[in-house]
Design a protein around this ligand. Sequence first.
Ligand code: SF4
Length: 367
Amino acid sequence: GVPEVPARPVAPRRHARRIQVGPVAVGGGAPVSVQSMTTTRTSDIGATLQQIAELTASGCQIVRVACPTQDDADALATIARKSQIPVIADIHFQPKYVFAAIEAGCAAVRVNPGNIKQFDDKVREIARAAKEHATPIRIGVNAGSLDRRLLQKYGRATPEALVESALWEASLFEEHDFRDIKISVKHNDPVVMIEAYRQLAEACDYPLHLGVTEAGPAFQGTIKSAVAFGALLSRGIGDTIRVSLSAPPAEEVKVGIQILESLGLRQRRLEIVSCPSCGRAQVDVYKLAEEVTAGLDGMEVPLRVAVMGCVVNGPGEAREADLGVASGNGKGQIFVKGEVVKTVPESRIVETLIEEAMKLAERTGPA
Ligand code: SF4
């Protein structure tokens, strides 16, 4: 499971009120959670549940499903009941699906006020239904679908415009004494997104869902998200994250988890400390690092493994890690907890590291 106390958090967390998305707490000092969104037709219950199961296996803690049609709305109850992780219904355009999602027992509902016409008139009823079912609402503002009034006022989706839109919608709920809210203000430009969340963090105490929207294909999207989330989380801002990639959703989860681990917001599991290689390398470091990563993939114990190309920094780094190898002269010196336990020929480095990792894992137990 996810540890309550992070290993070495990057910064004190911003104070946010706590909401419950099913069993997952968001805000109020709860660990930052990782979410993703299914890409299946929600009305295809089997395929959607299958993808949710895959997401769950990859470490996803909250899953969002789109709800563009009545058939999708009709599928929500079964999906919410059978999913192992809390399900959030994602609603644009149609207030009636908000009510359907709440009735269906979804753990939360995401609304995009910019896209729901007559949203303001419906808030009272939505607040009442959500309160009755203890269903939190995410106010999800997107640069691409900003409220027309604000677009006219600001000329484009500036940080101020995104924040004003979110706070305006929140204020409508507050008028009905509803504060079971989290907010996102997404933009595809990390610079705008970072500034928007910074302003929002100052202006309210709602938990914040971080996202760079339309971040792009895997490589670009990973970097954009890592940079933007890093800038915010390193200031304690952000309570739940969704990495958006034009890639299978399980990839988003992997990236999200890695971002949290990098920032010490989650106990690190497998961490490979490998050198970039250089003219001194006496072994193919890339290949070795890849083989070790593949061999240890899925290990649930926190483990820092150093894979070093030569003896310059090799022994030093290998000693600092739980497990390591420093290569030289066709051999690898294998370190366990700082001690050289054996020296093996190059061809046996990977299998030896994996063997030693398994032994360590048995001793340490799961995180
Ligand atoms: Fe180069 Fe050795 Fe440093 Fe790797 S450990 S980068 S091979 S000097």
